[in-house]
Design a binder for this molecule. Structure first.
Ligand code: HEM
Length: 312
């Protein structure tokens, strides 16, 4: 039995951030990390909330584990060791002209894990759920990826050109992000009086812009609660979504990981549909509070696909 998305994205994040290969160390770190995340949605008073107490303890362990790696890597780089191709190397080298202390680097790594890991893995999980419930979309997606695989042979890695030649996958990714609303909205503070339609938001007020309310508005998206990846095809006749589709927020604070997240989703779907078939392992439910996720993390039973007999 397999929980969609979870381990893959955590391992991927560890690789991108600090070149750590999958193994016991990252598995243990992930356990502590999950405890830490649970604390985000608890009453932040240690005396009353065991979840919060556990989360604080877990954050300490995550910070200790990452601090060790940062110290070790700083030592290596000061000795003139070979520079690795990851985020930690850039932070240690002060690329962009800023030098960071070890503490700042660890804080940065934790923030990136929080912003980039759970969001992407939950989106992957929901993509699997929506596709499982929409067999026509799954079949079309599989055709698209089987075609790419047939072009490339069995083991050759995907390249940017391949990513650009997955039109239906982009529709599936957009539609997943639209319905999932992993981040339901963003906060903004009015720097000056702002008038929108007949309302004035006074300077200094905080506003919560609900991305979910817009993405599920039937004025913009017909049958807004239905997973319909075809609506993103240019000939679908749906409205121009440029201003109303903002799963990554907008303006100067728009998610800096937006392109990475979309590539990760597409690559995940490629390997999933070309190698595996699956069925849900048990009943599960989509919940929206405190965050959007599947209640049981959508466990599935997977099977490796039989390879077609090679042509003579
Ligand atoms: C499906 C995956 C993801 C979704 C839906 C998502 C969504 C968002 C949203 C809505 C915001 C707030 C933007 C705003 O205030 O306008 C945000 C901020 C941010 N995201 Fe993402 N994100 C995803 C993946 C990632 C990844 C992979 C990374 C990095 C590896 C990342 C890093 C960040 C950071 C650092 C911020 C804060 C930016 C700032 O405040 O200036 N995110 N994300």
């Amino acid at each position: 039995m397999y929980m969609c998305g979870d381990h893959i994205t955590f391992e991927l994040s560890m690789k991108q951030l600090m070149s750590v290969d999958p193994g016991e160390w990252s598995r243990n770190l992930m356990k502590e990390y999950m405890l830490m995340i649970e604390g985000f949605f608890s009453i932040p008073i240690a005396l009353f909330s065991p979840t919060y107490r556990k989360a604080i303890k877990a954050r300490g362990k995550v910070v200790d584990a990452l601090s060790l790696v940062v110290r070790e890597r700083r030592r290596e780089s000061e000795k003139g060791g070979e520079r690795k191709n990851d985020m930690l190397a850039a932070l240690l080298a002060g690329d962009g002209g800023v030098g960071f202390s070890d503490e700042e680097i660890v804080d940065f790594l934790v923030s990136l894990l929080v912003a980039g890991y759970e969001t992407t893995s939950t989106s992957m999980t929901l993509a699997v759920k929506f596709l499982t419930e929409t067999p026509l979309a799954l079949a079309q997606l599989k055709d698209e990826h089987d075609e790419i695989r047939a072009r490339k042979g069995e083991v050759e890695a995907l390249e940017w050109e391949d990513y650009k030649s997955m039109p239906f996958t982009h529709c599936v990714v957009n539609e997943t992000l639209r319905i999932a609303n992993i981040i339901g909205g963003v906060f903004r503070r009015a720097m000056t009086d702002v008038t929108i339609k007949d309302y004035t938001i006074p300077k200094g007020w905080k506003v919560f812009a609900s991305l979910r309310a817009v993405h599920l508005n039937p004025e913009y998206f017909k049958d807004a609660r239905t997973f319909n990846p075809w609506r993103w095809q240019s000939n679908s006749g749906e409205i121009n979504t440029a201003n109303v589709f903002t799963p990554f927020g907008g303006g100067p604070r728009r998610c800096p990981g937006y392109e990475l997240a979309k590539v990760e989703l597409a690559v995940f779907l490629h390997h999933l549909v070309t190698r595996l078939s699956w069925v849900p392992a048990e009943e599960d439910k989509l919940v929206f509070f405190p965050t959007t996720r599947m209640q049981k993390r959508y466990p599935i039973i997977i099977q490796h696909q039989e390879k077609p007999a090679s042509k003579v």
